[in-house]
Design a protein around this ligand. Structure first.
Ligand SMILES: Cc1cc2nc3c(=O)[nH]c(=O)nc-3n(C[C@H](O)[C@H](O)[C@H](O)COP(=O)(O)OP(=O)(O)OC[C@H]3O[C@@H](n4cnc5c(N)ncnc54)[C@H](O)[C@@H]3O)c2cc1C
Length: 408
């Protein structure tokens, strides 16, 4: 077991989404006292659609003692099946037998677990604190917020998502998030799928004629969860999205998926009230500077892969834990930040590059889709085997007890 060598006493964690609370819990375990500062006025309970916490994300959550609790929410991810728009199977990835199942869950459910644990641990969360600037001194850093208040700590950790303010404070020339050209829409339908899909034992991804469709049965035959990635060249704002009623979005989706099976059947009876429209399917290009002085980035603010990776939240929690481990072991925070970046950058950039290829496929035209139909079964037998594709991503574990050295 590594002994605590940190000289950092306090940290300002900017952003109370997913990475922020996990970073705060891991920092506390590393002997650092964090406070979480969130832009919104109140907690985001109930907000957001469905995402996956993969086996590697559960592994990172184990470090902060949350793997069992998170492993009970949502539903397990069975084999992932890639289909054409008519339901014909092109490829199938069974999970790796020696790893726990990933979990599909509502973002809101994970958020609630994290908020509860912050309360139990006595970590303070301040709402209505939108960071607008920061000044460094010899002994610490002072964050300034839009409401006129400020807070001071030894370090400032930017877990403020794809539109990060901390990223720009670190480097005013930092790249911004890149829109994927896809709108994410998801919801529930009482439609009962046949076979194992209907029992929730498999998750299906279909390249439809005009849009991509994902679906899986809910446990206990309670219906179907679904999402569609709709090509949308001009990015919409949250305001533009909410100016259109869910009934209208559903009508448009039914048109887009009119020729796709089973999408058209799922959507025919889908419940508009359960729908979420997410205009921020964004990717972070490679960020040249992950840290400067007393500031460092974690999660979507520095490495948002596209949703096609199924890794956004899992990589965010991995990075949160890894940063805390580096700060625990390297008394000089500059050395700790450098070690953190060296440990994280190659992994997250590789996963992002693979996901971008999948995304291009989703936004592609009929010719590329036809090619994919031919090539996918061949690829599955060769370079896309579950062992080759999934092991490096899902099998990754952070060894919390191992000491980080500055030369990692
Ligand atoms: C409301 C919401 C809904 C989402 N829904 C989905 C979904 O349905 N499916 C999916 O795959 N992913 C979704 N995501 C993204 C997903 O949560 C992240 O990709 C992933 O979990 C990584 O988390 P993160 O903590 O790095 O970023 P986020 O979860 O984006 O959290 C960033 C946090 O920082 C806060 N923040 C931003 N700027 C400032 C500032 N200047 N000062 C203080 N705080 C700031 C934000 O309000 C937010 O709470 C959603 C994100 C949000 C914020």
């Amino acid at each position: 077991m590594s002994t605590n060598r940190t000289t950092t006493k306090t940290a300002l964690v900017i952003g109370g989404g997913i990475a922020g609370p996990v970073a705060a819990l891991a920092l506390r375990r590393a002997g650092i006292d964090p406070v979480v500062l969130e832009a919104y006025d109140s907690s985001a309970e109930g907000i957001g659609g469905t995402f996956m916490i993969a086996p590697n994300g559960l592994g990172a959550l184990a470090v902060v003692g949350l793997d069992a609790e998170v492993g009970r929410i949502g539903q397990p991810v069975g084999p992932m099946v890639i289909e054409d728009g008519k339901g014909a199977v092109l490829a199938e990835f069974a999970g790796l037998a020696d790893l726990p199942h990933g979990r599909l869950m509502r973002r809101a459910d994970l958020y609630e677990v994290l908020q509860r644990r912050l309360r139990e641990t006595g970590i303070e969360v301040r709402y209505g604190k939108r960071l607008i600037g920061a000044e460094e001194g010899a002994d610490g850093i002072t964050a300034r917020f839009a409401d006129g208040s400020s807070a001071t700590g030894d370090l400032l950790i930017g877990t403020d998502g794809t539109r990060s303010t901390v990223r720009t404070l670190i480097d005013p020339a930092a790249p911004g998030a890149r829109y994927t050209g896809l709108l994410g829409i998801g919801g529930y339908s009482p439609y009962l799928l046949p076979g194992r899909a209907g029992r929730g034992e498999s998750v299906h991804f279909a390249n439809g004629a005009r849009a991509f469709f994902g679906y899986w049965g809910l446990p206990d035959g309670a219906g179907t969860a679904w999402f569609s990635n709709v090509p949308q060249p001009e990015q919409l704002t949250y305001e533009q999205v909410s100016a259109v009623t869910n009934e209208e979005w559903l009508r448009r989706l039914r048109e887009l998926h009119a020729d796709d099976v089973p999408a058209r059947d799922v959507l025919r009876v889908a419940d508009a009230d359960t729908m979420e429209v997410f205009p921020r399917l964004e990717i972070m290009p490679s960020v040249p500077h992950w840290h400067r002085g007393r500031m460092v980035l974690v999660g979507d603010s520095v490495h948002a892969p596209s949703n096609s990776s199924g890794q956004g939240a899992s990589l965010a929690v991995e990075s949160a834990v890894e940063l805390a481990r580096c700060l625990r072991d390297l008394p000089d925070h500059t050395a700790a930040f450098a070690a953190y970046e060296a440990l994280r950058r190659p992994r997250v950039e590789k996963i992002a590059a693979n996901a971008e290829r999948t995304n291009n496929q989703k936004a592609s035209g009929p010719v590329a889709r036809a090619m994919f139909r031919v090539l996918a079964p061949i690829a599955m037998r060769t370079f896309m085997s579950p062992e080759k594709m999934l092991r490096p991503v899902h099998g990754y574990r952070i060894d919390w007890d191992r000491r980080v050295s500055s030369s990692v």
